[in-house]
Each structure stands twice: as C-alpha cells, then as structure tokens.
Write a protein that binds this ligand. Sequence first.
Ligand code: NAD
Length: 262
Amino acid sequence: MPQRFTGKVVALTAAASGIGLSAVRKLASEGAVISASDLSIDALKEALGPLDLSEDRLMMRQCDVTDMQQVRAFIDDTVERFGQLDILVNNAGLGALADVTELEEDAWHKVIAVTLDSVFYACRAAMPHLVRTQGAVVNTASISGLFGDNGLFAYNAAKGGVVNLTRALAVDYARDNVRVNAVCPGLTATPRTAWMMEDAKIKAEYDSRLPMGRPGTPDEMADAIAFLASSEASYITGVNLPVDGGLTAATNQPQFLRMRSD
Ligand SMILES: NC(=O)c1ccc[n+]([C@@H]2O[C@H](COP(=O)([O-])OP(=O)(O)OC[C@H]3O[C@@H](n4cnc5c(N)ncnc54)[C@H](O)[C@@H]3O)[C@@H](O)[C@H]2O)c1
C-alpha cells in the first residue's frame, strides 16, 4: 500500500457515511492524520471507531456545514490540534426531488446551504492554512453539477455552483500552489441511494443507462478523491472529474448493439 499522505493533515466534512467515510478510510490507510466532522457526532464515532486510529491521528467534531461559525471552528480546531492543514475534503451535499413549482423556499435554501454554502464556508476558513502548506482542496461535486436531471433542479443548481466554484478557486490560488479539484460521482451505492436500488423500476432504468452496468462504490469515489488530493495530481487543478462508469460519456440514445443481441 503506498503511503501518499504520511505527515498530511486532512479535514473532511460529512465523514460518517458513504463516500466521506470511504475517503477517511482510504486517506488514513495511506498515513494521513484525519480530522473528521459530521452533522451527527454519534454517527461519526460509530463509523470511525472501528478504524482504531490513535488519538494523534484522529480528531472527530460535530459540525453542521450550513453554519459558518461551526465550519470555522472545525477548521481552527484542526489546525490548533495538529499544527497544520494540508487537505480539505468538502463532501457534504443534499438533494430534493421536486418540480420547480412545488419546492418550498426553505427546502431550496437548505439544498443550497448544505451543498454550496458549505464549500464556501470551509474554503474561506481553510485557505490561509492551505496556502501555508501548499495544500489541496477536493470537493465532492456530482455529475448533477455538470448536466440537468429530471426533478433535481435545486441539486443541479447547487452542484453546478460547486463545479464552477472549484474552477474559480483553482484559478485564484494556482500561484499559491493550492490545487482545487472536484470529483463528480455518478450513481454511487451509499445509504443515500439504497432506496433507488431497492426500486425495481429505477434499478432497471439505471441498468440500461449505465455503460458499465452497475453503480460505483464509495471506495471507487474515495480512490479518485485520494488521487486528486495527492502529489500524483500535482499539475491538475480546476478539474471536475466524472467518476461515473461512463454515464456522462453517453448520449443516452438507444443501445443498438445490446438490443440487437437480445
Ligand atoms: N451517492 C451518490 O450516488 C452520489 C452521487 C453524486 C454525488 N454524491 C455526493 O456525495 C456526497 C456524499 O454522499 P453520500 O451518498 O456518501 O451520502 P450519505 O448519505 O451516505 O452520507 C451523507 C453524510 O452527510 C452528513 N450530513 C448531512 N447533512 C449535513 C450537514 N448539514 N452538515 C454536515 N454533515 C451533514 C450525514 O450525517 C451523513 O453522514 C454528497 O455531496 C452527495 O451529494 C453522491
């Protein structure tokens, strides 16, 4: 196992489940010091306990990413505890399924707050520390930030914001040697999407549309996050990397060859 993150301090949001939890595991397994936060401290403790990391390698904090003061306190506590910050992983995000005429104002603001405001808050607090270490930001965006979905307009708007924020901050901080990139997961098998996989109709739709014929795993997203965070990506900044089994490579036209062989 390569040890790309020995001596590196990584702060992650929404780290108790799914992609965030896999990112913690991956980065820790390659030597990183982990500062993990989540809305639920109990869920975080339950999820990260089994990793058995020593106290000098792990800090856990409750942090609601929609609250700028909490996000700043999380970043400040990380630096106070470990002396530096090398990598920030902004992983929180929230969707809402609705037509534009139906979505309540509060629900719209919540999607934007969890998904987009959170990235601004964390980057605002972390950037001076990342400049000091010539560090990196990796955002968990989405393919939903690259294109439109049916009934997910608020999420599309918020993730689209994350995608372009990623580019803009990459440009602003390139001369400081702080790289800013994002992974854009396609369908990923996490607790959030379990209901989709349990719905036979939705699963059949995905089966026909996903070129690789399966959802991604949280570990596959974590591998991409780790790559973008690592020095192997030293000349990559401002990139929104689809990790989607080919979904965004396709036009979604009928699958002629598969139909012919059926
Ligand atoms: N699962 C997918 O198919 C998929 C696809 C594309 C993008 N994404 C993105 O990946 C990221 C992680 O998704 P996941 O599927 O692993 O989710 P998940 O549901 O498994 O985990 C989400 C975590 O976020 C935490 N959280 C929720 N609100 C929060 C808040 N206000 N402050 C802090 N933490 C909060 C939850 O407690 C939970 O631990 C999200 O940004 C999501 O939009 C997921």
